[in-house]
Design a protein around this ligand. Sequence first.
Ligand code: B1M
Length: 211
Amino acid sequence: MEELYGKMAEGLIAADVEGVSKLVQEGLDKNLSAKEILDNGLIPGMDIVGQRMKSGEMFIPEVLRSAKVMQGAIVLLKPHLSEEDSCGLGTVVIGTVEGDLHDIGKNLVSMMLQGSGFNVVDLGTNVKPQDFVEAAKSNKAHILGMSALLTTTMPKMEETVRALKESGIRDQIKIMAGGAPVTQKFVDDIEADGYGANAASASEVAKELII
Ligand code: B1M
């Protein structure tokens, strides 16, 4: 099986949509579980993509193509992921804050979280603090994730933390924030719980937050 998993990872890095779909189907036909395929083939591939992005060996358009292949593979695997596998780690409500329309990084983070076993409720972009609160409540979220790419929209993160406090659910949820202008210091200052510098570290931080 190692060879099949290796090919899946290579196909993901090369953004080979058809190749990866075929390999995932081959794995399912060989009775591999969706979780095994994710854990041993696709996620290690996505980890390499994340590392190459960090070191400047891969650029955003290539990363997005790989992310799209990952998303396609997840669609194929979704019917085979048991309730326990896909939601095992908990629910994350995620969105880009009010006034901000950047969603490429947030979508990558969503996919990585999904790939890691979280149930992800993606609210999209331009999400008002109150809408984050309502979605966190109605989905009984374990983690609330906010993304911001503009220095002008970062204050919306603090407003959202305040809205969560005012709603009385702050103590029941972990708050994560990220995006190019966001720093660990900013996250500490607004009294959020976790900072993700990139999609790969975001899923690591999310796992740490719920342990
Ligand atoms: Co805009 N934009 N943009 N933009 N844009 C930036 C952010 C900017 C830095 C460009 C620049 O001037 N150098 C600048 C912001 C300056 C600032 O505030 N300091 C800027 C500006 C000014 C603007 C407009 C105001 C331009 C204008 O209209 N005059 C406007 C604002 C619109 C709005 O939002 N209201 C605008 C518009 C746009 C487009 C629509 C054209 C497009 C967005 C398309 C889309 O997202 N669908 C766009 C783009 C593409 C960019 C740049 C070029 C690329 C952003 C991106 O996708 N990066 C950006 C310059 C740059 O960053 N180099 C820029 C790739 C992505 C994978 O990285 O989003 O950082 P990133 O996500 C990473 C991490 O940050 C982290 O993980 C991700 C994956 O590794 N992460 C999280 C993100 N969210 C996280 C959440 C987490 C954890 C980690 O936990 C929950």
